[in-house]
Design a binder for this molecule. Sequence first.
Ligand code: GMT
Length: 380
Amino acid sequence: MKIGIVCYPTFGGSGVVATELGKALATVGHQVHFITYSQPSRLDFFNENIFYHEVIIPSYPLFQYAPYESALSSAMVNVVKYYKLDVLHVHYAIPHASSAYLAKQILRSQGIHIPVITTLHGTDITLVGKDKSYEPVITFSINESDGVTAVSEYLKKETYQHFAITKDIEVIPNFIDLERFQRQQKDHFKMAICPNGEKLVVHTSNFRKVKRIDDVVLMFDQLRHLVPSKLLLVGDGPERNRIENLCRELDLMTCVRFLGKLDAIEEVLSVADLFVMPSESESFGLAALEALACEVPIITSNAGGLPELNLPGITGFMSNVGDVEDMVKNAAFVLQDDNLPRFKANALARAKEFDLKNILPFYENFYQKVVDESKLMCAI
Ligand code: GMT
């Protein structure tokens, strides 16, 4: 199949899922065309089945805001026509689903039918999409998609609850490449950060408010008195400065390190003992799945789709959003030497349930179903 993938090329979860999916599809023989405004950060290897098309947005003095959506629709039209794509798969509804709708209509006027699949990832529904500025466009473009997927049952429910959706939504969870995300021998790294045998707590995110990184820091501030430990904060984003100031105010800088954006996140996770994700809202929690795959137990909030991933008492624990005391108690329990090996083994076992090899066929079958159905519709 020839598949067009549209996504945000940055470090966000939706871009990561889209890129990893495209890479996996290419590996099993599909021709994959990425259409994005810059090279996706994880598109870092050569494969003869992968093509990258940059969306060019010409600047013009009249534009206060560059019309990205028009440029994206035009890019989709050009790629679909030139490479004769079978399906367009857009990740994150805003503005990709509406740009795809426009591209589809332009192509239809030229006698070309291209089915569009939209994957909902999270904040496109739970935060940004609900805003009145976007809601009518989101509702319309989801309903006009030929196929819609969501990354958790929670997100599916949330979409039906807040938008007037008439389409079926298929849940296909996030997945993990276990060949890349596995615990590696990185003892020298662990020794450098935890020279006195401290436990290592890790948080990775794009440092947005929704991640509640204050809770990570406040939790760690109490935890370190119960269990000698260090904290690594990986990633970057709007909250970074504020969180760094908070760590300074709490006099934590000797035991907290900010690592910024890292590609080889699996190397950090390989030396971690605990992963913390206290998010206000989290449709799936891909970063927590990456931790599980590296045998790291997780302490999360119970927001959104996290209960579909984190099994309390098995892979870690969940607390109500903002319940820092409960997170401290749970973290201290997991980190006890008697408990940690069991949680680590369970973490890996749970991650295996989301193995890329198991989830990829769900996408392939869904593509086939949508393509077949839309061919049938065209024939009528
Ligand atoms: O906030 C992020 O983590 C980025 C965001 C995105 O859409 O780029 O991630 C969302 O999609 C991921 C992949 O499907 C999910 O695993 C994340 O849970 C989700 N983030 C939120 O819902 C906050």
